[in-house]
Design a protein around this ligand. Sequence first.
Ligand SMILES: [Zn+2]
Length: 106
Amino acid sequence: MDCGRFEKMIPAFLNDTLEYQDLKQFLEHLENCSECREELTIQVLILEGMARLEEGSAFDLQKEMERRMEEARRRIRFHRMIGYINITFLGAALLAVLIVFWVFTR
Ligand SMILES: [Zn+2]
C-alpha cells in the first residue's frame, strides 16, 4: 500500500468501516510508515478532540490512539479465528463425506 491510498482510507478507518483485508494492510502500513502514523494521529486529534471539546471532557490523544489500534487488532484476531473455525468445519464436513462414501461404496 502506498501513502496516498492509506490517506484515502483514514476516514473509513475512523468510522470502523474498513473491510478485513483493507484493515490488515492499513495497520501494516501504519507500523512501517511514520509519516502516515503522524497523519492518522492528526486526524484522530481533529475528530476526537473536537467532539471532546464540545463535551467539555478531557482528551488523551495517546490513549485514544492506543484504543483505536487495539480495537483494530481485536477485529483482525476475530476475523482470523472465524476463518480458522471455517477451515476446521470444512475439514470435518469433508471427512464425513469421505467416510459416508467409503461405507456405501464398499
Ligand atoms: Zn505512508
